[in-house]
Write a protein that binds this ligand. Sequence first.
Ligand code: GDP
Length: 305
Amino acid sequence: LVRLRARLARSQSSLGKGLLTLLSRENLDEETWEEIEDTLLRADVGVAPTQELVERLRERVRVLGTRTPEELRALLREELLHLVATDADRTVNTAGGVSSTGDELPAIALVVGVNGTGKTTTTGKLARVLVADGKSVVLGAADTFRAAAADQLETWGSRVGARTVRGPEGGDPASVAFQAVKEGIQETADVVLVDTAGRLHTKTGLMDELGKVKRVVEKQAPVGEVLLVLDATTGQNGLVQARVFAEVVDVTGVVLTKLDGTAKGGIVIAVQRELGVPVKLVGLGEGPDDLAPFEAEAFVDALID
Ligand code: GDP
């Protein structure tokens, strides 16, 4: 975790440094505030949160009068935290349900998102975290459309110690999801993670497909978590995707991948604001250990340290 924090800090520090340099100017004139706005927008913080942050900063700097670098840093830290923090629970829900006959049911999590965002990789990494935590995990390879997705998931599964349930290529994603949950229940697994197909061909197509996956799964066990995987490097495009998915399915948490490859961590703020759903996990690399819980304070410190 410490190593991951350092990596996050390296990728995100330019935003905070840029802001602090601007805020430290002797004369905080209109032009400087515009530069501060531009810096935030370039980091994908989003228009409304940027305006809110700048307004609050302006007011607090005005009240403060003369300011030391330490004061400015503390102030910026507080205000960024104000934007990133949420009352929502950021832990991935791994509490299983109980069937109508009183039997324990595995916790079910659907992993959704557009292909290429890192869905399968995230599913594998998450399985690893859960297995390391002593949980038995079944993986459902319901992305039956991307040619190698099931193989890729199975490779992850055997690497981390989770069995993968798969169907024929091009088969019905919902029937694979159904089967994975069925087997998860039969073998009293703790968690079933279902990797879904992310074809954003048309909204109705996606809606039909994901809706069906969720419905057939819920016939057997409640879906406690729908994790939306977004690629942090895709910026505003990622937000558009987020909006579409949120309309189609009840997203309960966001996983922001590839934060190691971009300084645009402001997307954390934008996506939480857009969906009203917390960022729960962040991807910081392609390796099995490169998934971290999202921590608001550590994230803000990474921005400004
Ligand atoms: P899917 O189509 O959404 O299932 O995407 P994949 O899981 O196949 O991931 C697409 C590519 O992104 C792969 O090359 C992954 O190794 C890479 N990837 C996934 N997550 C991360 C991350 O957090 N950081 C980096 N740098 N690469 C990632």
